[in-house]
Design a protein around this ligand. Structure first.
Ligand code: COS
Length: 378
């Protein structure tokens, strides 16, 4: 079994690493501190093909595959998790439209997501009363002549204020998961109101807003997929999205562990480097082992998706394991750095704040376990 990346995957990984280390890293602390949406960096990512890594070339994507996407995501997240999550959701939206959209829908939106004409894409599924239980959503879409009228509220929408296009789920039928459809809503659409920006623990450079749809009228060709077939589109998109978040968690944890190792070698207490103490060595050994296990689970899920075999359970296993491990790894990094780790002088505290959400968004750890258990026990 060969775990080494092929030429395309290596090229995409190296391209992402170079851009991240040279251009993103020097700005990462300020993006967090100033809560700056990194529009310039996102355009830079688009210019390198990283906003549509797994989208067909005919639609403007890099067509480099899922493993390449995962490797690139990890490299960006090693430097700035806010930039990384915006990239992750945009890639997911491009893939959803390429896969489930009509030719016209894909040709209208995918090239603009890929080349940065759109600053980002957004995925509007969650609502104030429907997070883990996505099928309980209350936003509605009512059929009218020539289109649909969307009414309701969405919450925690990444890039909602900046997205050129957003994928929006709304109820078109009866209760439950079988009465939900999916729509493409463009920026500036009348009746789409951008709400308040969340004041978050981490990912402070990413944009997270609530949305209100107040008689938002969209044309017939805004419907993505079949009427009442939207829930399955959301679930399939999230299966892939979970590989992205897993890759993001791995990137943040890699940065935290690197910082802990460098600090442990440099800092002396009791006349010797921290790295000479077994207590520190064991923390670093645990982190390294958990990180490598996370990478292997993530690459397996990515490779299965790329090969077109069912990967839902494996994506959830990767997401729950790597995000929970990444929280532990970032927490240990703060511990190794001691008092310095609790200050903004080092990046460790930012990594811990940024990584925390990876066990929550795109399905909590508890939701991942529902998916895994249902698959194992069915
Ligand atoms: N791929 C394709 N179809 C899927 C699927 C998947 N991964 N998961 C579920 N489905 C289908 C089911 O087969 C079922 O189809 P039928 O009605 O034809 O039988 C339908 O979708 C409903 O599925 P299910 O009954 O499992 O839905 P539940 O309401 O029980 O919800 C969970 C299941 C909890 C897994 C789902 O609601 C979920 O993922 N919640 C988390 C949402 C989330 O991640 N939110 C974050 C938003 S982005 S920050």
């Amino acid at each position: 079994m060969d775990f080494s990346p092929n030429d395309t995957q290596s090229l995409v990984q190296q391209t992402a690493r170079d851009y991240a280390q040279k251009t993103i890293l020097p700005q990462a602390a300020a993006i967090d501190r100033d809560e700056r949406f990194p529009a310039d960096l996102l355009k830079g990512l688009a210019d390198l093909g990283l906003m549509a890594v797994n989208v067909p070339a005919a639609l403007g994507g890099a067509e480099a595959g899922v493993v390449a996407y995962s490797l690139a995501m990890t490299e960006i997240a090693r430097t700035c998790a806010s930039t990384a999550v915006t990239m992750a959701v945009t890639n997911m939206v491009g893939e959803v439209i390429a896969r489930f959209g009509t030719k016209a829908q894909a040709e209208r939106h995918c090239p603009k997501l890929a080349d940065g004409t759109y600053a980002a894409g957004a995925f509007a599924l969650s609502e104030p009363g429907a997070g883990s239980d996505a099928g309980a959503m209350r936003t509605t879409a009512r059929k009218i002549d020539g289109g649909w009228v969307i009414d309701g509220q969405k919450m925690w929408i990444t890039s909602g204020a900046h997205a050129g296009v957003m994928v929006v789920w709304a109820r078109t039928g009866g209760p439950g998961t079988g009465g939900i459809s999916c729509f493409l809503v463009e920026k500036g659409q009348k009746g789409l109101i951008i709400g308040h920006h969340e004041d978050k623990m981490g990912l402070r450079g990413s944009n997270t807003v609530s949305l209100t749809f107040d008689g938002c009228e969209v044309p017939d060709d805004a419907l993505l997929g079949e009427v009442n077939g939207g829930f399955k589109i959301a679930m399939m998109a999230l299966d892939g999205g979970r590989i992205g978040i897993s890759s993001q968690a791995i990137g943040i944890a890699t940065a935290a562990l690197d910082e802990a190792i460098a600090y442990a070698k440099d800092r002396k207490q009791f006349d010797k480097p921290l790295a000479d103490f077994q207590a520190i060595q064991w923390m670093i050994a645990d982190s390294k082992t958990e990180l490598d296990a996370s990478r292997l689970l993530c690459l397996r899920a990515a490779s299965m998706k790329e090969r077109g075999v069912p990967f839902s359970k494996e994506a959830s296993m990767s997401k729950v394991f790597s995000s929970e491990a990444a929280v532990r790894i970032c927490n240990r990094a703060v511990q190794v750095l001691g008092g310095y780790g609790y200050t903004r002088e080092f990046a460790a505290e930012r990594h811990l704040r940024d990584v925390r959400v990876t066990t929550i968004y795109e399905g909590t750890s508890q939701v991942q376990k529902i998916v895994i258990a249902r698959s194992v026990l069915k």
